[in-house]
Design a protein around this ligand. Structure first.
Ligand code: SAM
Ligand code: SF4
Length: 387
């Protein structure tokens, strides 16, 4: 049984536990008598002080970093493979896939996911590569649905097989969908993704609306000289459709030939949209939202901006990532990783795994290095991270 400093049970239980366990939790955290490692001890004591001073509701110390950020959102990449070859995501020559035995099995994914949920993760997103080409994806979602405390299961998909798979996904318990779409012009779409499939993706979007997903989130990576001229057409899509079109600033990853000139910043996109819709309204966002939301008054849907490059949201980052080969990444733009797969396969207990996770979370930096440093830095290509 893992020793947990705080439970993520009901709010009432949490309050009671906090009141009764404050002293012991605090002294555990600062005392070397506990069986946690030293990195964690330092981290936890600071966090507990912060938690006690600021919050009535506790959150797992294992998933709280030295800056008080609580990581309640886990993204799991379930495959390195993809049926598209998007220019911004992977090098033209492709990537070297890990041998199958090095990838997480269904059981390993579920074991890790369960552990994170027990510690307070309440949202899991499956990504990839293309998550919907993993044959057991429905099974994974259905089993996760049974985890107590997991509020939201999301998928980010390129949409190619979505129309066919969505009834099963919904039945399995899928709550949220992000579908990537970078152009409304079929030939351009196919140029960007280096494959055919525009109409199938559009069918997937329509199917998601028909099946009641609202909003259906559409991810659009904006690149100068490629699709920046379509920004207004994407906004216009939200007039009669319950979409949330998310314009994503183009980010540098290994092999994607990023350069500053190709990136269209949030401010530039906003100015462009306001030329057509000067009364565009800013919508309030939740605290940990990475998206800046807007709406054209009277439109059914809304738009958003993911501004990782020009205006980072590191301060409210609540995300952790597990790659398909089982590495924990605490920052999308950081290259430090720790293998949870190796821990699992060497028979680590839940407590030992949590110590490794807590140490990695404790090392998370305050913010990423900035776009120019990131573009020079060694990191995985996006397809091997998962977004
Ligand atoms: C890596 S993909 C994986 C999931 C799925 N295959 C898909 O395309 O939706 C996750 C998201 O990352 C986005 N993405 C990939 N490379 C990017 C880059 N260089 N800059 C910004 N977003 C990127 C994609 O557009 C996609 O929405
Ligand atoms: S963005 Fe998604 S669909 Fe495109 S290559 Fe990357 S993983 Fe595949």
């Amino acid at each position: 049984m893992v020793q947990r400093w705080f439970s993520s049970a009901t709010q009432e239980e949490n309050k009671t536990e906090l009141l009764t366990s404050r002293d012991s939790a605090y002294s555990n955290a600062i005392s070397p008598r506990t069986n946690v490692n030293s990195v964690q001890v330092t981290t936890v004591s600071g966090d507990i002080r912060r938690m006690l001073s600021k919050e009535a509701l506790p959150f797992s110390a294992f998933l709280t970093d030295t800056f008080g950020r609580r990581h309640s959102y886990l993204r799991i990449s379930v495959t390195e493979k993809c049926n598209f070859r998007c220019q911004y995501c992977m090098p033209e020559e492709g990537i070297k896939l890990s041998p199958r035995a090095e990838l997480l099995s269904t059981e390993e994914i579920l074991t890790l996911a369960r552990l994170f949920v027990q510690e307070g993760v309440n949202k899991i997103r499956l990504t990839g590569g293309e998550p919907l080409i993993r044959p057991d994806v429905l099974d994974i979602i259905a089993k996760m649905r049974e985890f107590e405390g997991l509020k939201t299961i999301a998928v980010t998909t390129n949409g190619l097989n979505l129309a066919r798979l969505l009834p099963g996904l919904q039945k399995a318990g899928l709550d949220l969908l992000n579908i990537s779409l970078d152009s409304l012009v079929p030939a351009k779409f196919e140029f960007i993704v280096r494959r055919k499939g525009f109409h199938k993706v559009m069918d997937g979007i329509r199917k998601a609306i028909e099946m009641g997903y609202n909003p259906v989130k559409v991810n659009c990576v904006v690149m100068r000289g490629l699709n920046e001229d379509e920004i207004q057409n994407f906004v216009a899509l939200t007039k009669n459709m319950p979409l949330e079109v998310r314009f994503i600033e183009y980010m540098p990853f290994d092999g994607n030939r990023w350069n500053f000139k190709k990136m269209v910043s949030y401010q530039e996109m906003l100015d462009h949209i306001k030329q057509e819709w000067p009364n565009l309204e800013r919508l309030p966002g939740a605290e940990a939202d990475t998206v800046k939301l807007y709406k054209v008054p009277g439109f059914q849907g809304q738009i958003g901006f993911i501004t990782s490059m020009s205006d980072n949201f590191c301060g409210s980052c609540n995300r952790l990532r597990i790659t398909a080969d089982g590495n924990l990444k605490v920052c999308l733009f950081g290259n430090s990783e720790v293998s949870l797969r190796d821990q699992l396969r060497s028979g680590a207990t839940d407590e030992e795994l949590l110590q490794v996770i807590a140490a990695a979370v404790g090392r998370k930096k305050k913010q990423h290095a900035g776009m120019f440093s990131i573009s020079q830095m060694k990191n995985r290509p996006m397809i091997l991270i998962g977004g």
